[in-house]
Write a protein that binds this ligand. Structure first.
Ligand code: ADP
Ligand code: MG
Length: 209
């Protein structure tokens, strides 16, 4: 399927056009119609299959730009991955003025992040430890979250973040869309999915393109 067949903000379609992304990858094809309907999904798909756009497109499409509050929280295992996700989101937002995407990762000073948070944001991409620190120390306002993404959930669990992820989920609104992405789907992921998602659709993709 082509991106142009999706009923999404025309600015996103324009940006995808500029990027010369015409056809969806398999995982995008399998998931976008559901995620655009705000359905909870567990997506199992290999590295390099295009998972980032599979959640970035619904996140940006749903965003209310006029409402200057954090509407999306995306958790990733490392700072590098969080930055890559933020870059990919900014690419599809290039024709939407004034979208603020903030990364909150460890390994960089805390205080400037606190200052950035005070200026507000629409989308936060972060690592588990640093987002936790903001919840406890800066009282980051996550009460307007509409969607929550766990990217590379298997890696985050391998890193021992199970309990911390649950603590973050506790401060999120119950009414939200949750999307969990993982390269594998083992028992620990199922357990996490059971506590974090609501009636999720399980999508398994074997292909990379
Ligand atoms: P994953 O998260 O599954 O490892 P990524 O989202 O990082 O995969 O995507 C892998 C690469 O494919 C990136 O360089 C991305 O820009 C590119 N890509 C994603 N979707 C498409 C598409 N529909 N058409 C062309 N390139 C794409
Ligand atoms: Mg990825």
């Amino acid at each position: 399927m082509q991106f142009s067949s999706l009923e999404i903000k025309k600015e996103i379609l324009e940006a995808l056009d500029t990027l010369e992304y015409k056809n969806m990858t398999k995982v995008q094809d399998l998931s976008l119609l559901h995620t655009l309907e705000k359905k909870d999904v567990i997506v199992q798909s290999k590295t390099g299959s295009g998972k980032t756009l599979a959640f970035a497109i619904p996140v940006v499409n749903l965003l209310d730009i006029k409402k200057y509050r954090i509407q999306t929280l995306i958790l990733a295992p490392t700072r590098e991955l969080a930055n890559q996700i933020a870059d990919e989101i900014k690419k599809i937002c290039r024709f939407i003025p004034n979208i603020k995407v903030l990364t909150l990762c460890g390994g960089v000073p805390f205080k400037p992040q606190v200052a950035s948070l005070e200026h507000g944001a629409h989308i936060v991409v972060g690592t588990v430890g640093r987002v936790m620190q903001h919840i406890y120390e800066t009282k980051i306002d996550l009460s307007s979250i509409e969607n929550f993404v766990l990217d590379e959930a298997d890696k985050m669990l391998d890193m021992g973040f199970y309990e911390d992820i649950l603590k973050i989920v506790e401060v999120l609104p119950k009414q939200r869309q949750t999307m969990l992405f993982s390269a594998t789907y083992e028992e620990n992921i199922k357990e996490l999915a059971n506590s974090v998602l609501t009636n999720p659709l399980y999508i398994k993709n074997e292909e990379v393109h």
